[in-house]
Design a protein. Structure first.
Length: 434
């Protein structure tokens, strides 16, 4: 099968490595905050990888009702971290998973209605949203370049030099190679950077040695779900935030892949995401959403078919059953990831700028939409305490820079463009009647 040819496998592995750190950091944070035992933490990491793979397959493989059919990779949403910790601390883990299952069902049920919002995403909005996604990811890359937040050697010369070396290596591969080698430039950069770090004594294999060879994730590991109304409402808000984020990712991938999305496509994508969230609750892992991290990789590798991310999904499922292999990806230093992320996330920003170049920038209305949405999206990201005094549910909704920027772009477009067009049409209609 062409699915499992050597080149396709390497391209799929590249996607796995690009999203791996983001995928496992959520279980580490949540598990640590809820004081899980080592065995329980090992379980939720394995279950997370397994359901990441299942969720990716659901989204990448298009059926009449589920899946958007784009090269999408799904991972656990960071928006859910603090709500899960709060619900788990107050009601226990069964309530966390009961609320996740209900929020996934909610997404499935409203998918068709939510998809009708596509008319509110003209080029000026989609271009702004894609740019916002890129600029809000950049701080993640910069923090990793420095060694990762909280690391004792944060900002050291070694970390910066290692990250810049990886970035330069990826750039040189794109300049002096063609074809398949260029398409796996990020993967080769990660490998080369890890080897360089290992030669300097900065790579530890302890996690690999301690990891077991086999693990079997089982549904309802923490017991039957409990359905607490307040917890369900909180996770539904998390789900709506994720849907807004996913809309932006779908838009940019459709642009990169040259595929125009319809309302039905979006509904299929939302339903797949809702089903993935329900799987997360069933396997006692996490709510899932489309990963922005992998957008730039699609553009850089020029591999724009969903087959590649389906292979990535299969690999993630395999990693969920074999913790020893999963631990191998954990040896990649943060600085190495940061160097690769600069290229990937920068590509997302460039894609947004390219989309905006097709917009009438002589219009003050369009300039205001772009300026305000990008400024607020980036501002919320770099000043996360902006909404510290808001009620918890409102804070949860607005502290995400992508969501804040997207809502700003949509609302301003309605006020400045859509209502102005309607008023103009009404004026001409009245004039013609007179």
């Amino acid at each position: 099968m062409k699915f499992f040819q050597g080149k396709t496998m390497l391209l799929g592995a590249q996607h796995v490595l690009a999203m791996y750190a983001g995928a496992i950091i959520v279980p580490l944070i949540v598990g640590g905050a809820l004081k899980l035992t080592a065995a329980q933490l090992g379980y939720i990491i394995a279950a997370d990888l397994l359901t990441c793979g299942l969720a990716t397959l659901l989204q990448a493989y298009r059926t009449p009702f589920f899946g958007i059919g784009l090269p999408v990779v799904l991972g656990c949403t960071f928006t859910a971290v603090f709500p899960m910790i709060s619900i788990g601390g107050q009601y226990g883990l069964p309530a966390v998973y009961g609320s996740i299952i209900c929020s996934g069902l909610f997404v499935v049920l409203i998918a068709n209605y939510f998809s009708k919002l596509i008319k509110f995403f003209p080029p000026v909005v989609t271009g702004s949203v894609v740019t916002i996604i890129g600029v809000t990811l950049i701080p993640v890359a910069i923090n990793n370049m420095a060694g990762g937040q909280g690391s004792p050697d944060f900002g050291s010369l070694f970390n910066i030099a290692l990250a810049m070396g990886v970035l330069l290596f990826i750039i040189l591969l794109n300049r002096f190679t063609t074809g398949f080698i260029r398409s796996i430039s990020v993967l080769l950069g990660l490998i080369a950077g890890t080897i360089a770090a290992a030669l300097m004594g900065s790579v530890s294999l302890d996690n690999v040695v301690q990891a077991s060879w086999f693990n079997t994730p089982s549904p309802l590991y923490f017991g039957l779900p409990v359905f607490e109304p307040s917890a369900i409402i909180t996770m539904i808000i998390v789900a709506i935030v994720s849907m807004i984020e996913s809309t932006g990712v779908f838009m940019v991938l459709s642009e990169i892949c040259g595929k125009e999305l319809t309302g039905k496509d979006l509904a299929n994508g939302y339903r797949a995401e809702g089903l993935a969230v329900m799987l997360g609750g069933l396997f006692n892992s996490f709510p899932y959403t489309t990963f922005s991290q992998n957008i730039g990789l699609v553009q850089l590798s020029n591999s724009k078919t969903a087959n590649i991310t389906m292979v990535a999904g299969c690999m993630l499922i395999l990693l969920g059953f074999i913790p020893k292999f999963a631990a191998l990806a954990m040896i990649i230093p943060n600085a190495v990831l940061g160097g690769a992320m600069i290229a990937m996330f920068g590509i997302v920003v460039a894609s947004g700028i390219r989309m905006l170049s097709q917009v009438d920038l002589a219009s003050n209305e369009n300039l205001l939409i772009i300026a305000c949405s990008v400024a607020l999206g980036l501002g919320v990201t770099v000043v996360p305490n902006l909404f510290a005094k808001f009620p918890p549910l409102l804070k949860l909704f607005f502290e995400n820079g992508i969501v804040t920027g997207t809502l700003t772009a949509v609302i301003l477009n309605i006020i400045l463009n859509m209502t102005a067009t309607q008023n103009k049409s009404s004026y001409h209609e009245i004039k013609s009647n007179v």
